[in-house]
Design a protein around this ligand. Structure first.
Ligand SMILES: *[C@@H]1O[C@H](CO)[C@@H](O)[C@H](O)[C@H]1NC(C)=O
Ligand SMILES: *[C@@H]1O[C@H](CO)[C@@H](O)[C@H](O)[C@H]1NC(C)=O
Ligand SMILES: *[C@@H]1O[C@H](CO)[C@@H](O)[C@H](O)[C@H]1NC(C)=O
Ligand SMILES: *[C@@H]1O[C@H](CO)[C@@H](O)[C@H](O)[C@H]1NC(C)=O
Ligand SMILES: *[C@@H]1O[C@H](CO)[C@@H](O)[C@H](O)[C@H]1NC(C)=O
Ligand SMILES: *[C@@H]1O[C@H](CO)[C@@H](O)[C@H](O)[C@H]1NC(C)=O
Length: 243
């Protein structure tokens, strides 16, 4: 037959032949044992690693979460510089809106009646000196005068009563892939309950309103100590003061 016939022969056998693998039974303990060990290893891999350890049967999705907070509380102070003053949310929450955070002012250094002019620096310096007070002279600077004096921080903290302020924390989470959402305000919590409750580990474990003092205590800190801290921006003493 020619080459063309060979090709036809291959096609013929391809279509009309039937082939099956042959099963060989090997009566050997060694081979049998090896076979079982390999099967066991594969089974252990699939069950132990893929299912139990890596949880390969589970689907994953990233969470979309939003946290909003609302602080409540009013403080009153009566000082010689300011007289009687009431502080509410608009006064002590700076900035008014923050992403997943809130800032409560607990202490402040008052520098009343500042204007732009020349005045004595707050720290003692030699140089061209002007009288800072009766006993001490300091360098003269161009600044908003009088210059803020952060060497003496009000103690106890000006707004120490902020420990009794409360914050309502709302947290929603959503898994878009599973259309599953949940929030920290349980469905059975009524508006009346929300108006009066304050979180307590024992009595009100589902209340989303927290006392600032308790939050700090839970973190192992003292609110009154923390409230004292003022972000002291160090004054750069004017170097070009003349002798
Ligand atoms: C504030 O303090 C001053 C003096 O300490 C006092 O005379 C005044 O009555 C106080 N004001 C209020 C509203 O408590
Ligand atoms: C600030 O200015 C006001 C009015 O000009 C004045 O009554 C007050 O005593 C001044 N305060 C200080 C601390 O100088
Ligand atoms: C003057 O200021 C210095 C430094 O702040 C202070 O130690 C001193 O007691 C003050 N003197 C008077 C009379 O206020
Ligand atoms: C906070 O409130 C409690 C009880 O209402 C009161 O005893 C405590 O003095 C308050 N704390 C401050 C710093 O005002
Ligand atoms: C997601 O679930 C809510 C109720 O839980 C249902 O009203 C809404 O139609 C669902 N959305 C989709 C896209 O399945
Ligand atoms: C809301 O339900 C939880 C149980 O899911 C329960 O422990 C809690 O006391 C309930 N809260 C209110 C205010 O009914």
């Amino acid at each position: 037959m020619s080459g063309g016939g060979g090709c036809c022969g291959e096609l013929y056998s391809c279509v009309f032949d039937y082939s099956t693998p042959r099963i060989a039974l090997i009566k050997s303990r060694k081979v049998g044992l090896l076979n079982r060990v390999i099967q066991l290893v594969i089974l252990a891999y699939v069950i132990g690693w893929v299912f139990v350890w890596e949880k390969g049967y589970q689907e994953f999705d990233t969470v979309i979460s939003s946290v909003t907070s609302k602080v409540k509380g009013v403080a009153a102070t009566n000082t010689s510089e300011l007289g009687f003053r009431v502080w509410d949310v608009a006064d002590y929450i700076i900035p008014p809106q923050e992403e997943n955070a809130f800032f409560v002012m607990t202490n402040l250094i008052l520098t009343p009646n500042q204007t732009q002019r020349q005045c004595p620096e707050v720290r003692v310096q030699t140089g061209r000196c002007v009288a800072y007070n009766e006993t001490v002279k300091t360098c003269e600077v161009d600044a908003w005068c009088p210059v803020e004096n952060d060497l003496t921080v009000p103690k106890p903290a000006f707004l120490g009563s902020a420990e009794n302020f409360t914050v309502l924390i709302k947290n929603n989470i959503w898994y878009p892939k599973f259309n599953f959402s949940k929030r920290n305000i349980l469905p059975n919590i009524s508006t009346e309950y929300l108006k009066s409750c304050i979180y307590d580990r024992v009595n009100n474990p589902f209340c989303p309103i927290f006392r600032l003092g308790s939050l700090v205590e839970e973190a192992g800190e003292s609110f009154q100590d923390m409230a004292l801290l003022v972000c002291a921006e160090d004054h750069i003493v004017s170097k070009n003061a003349l002798q």
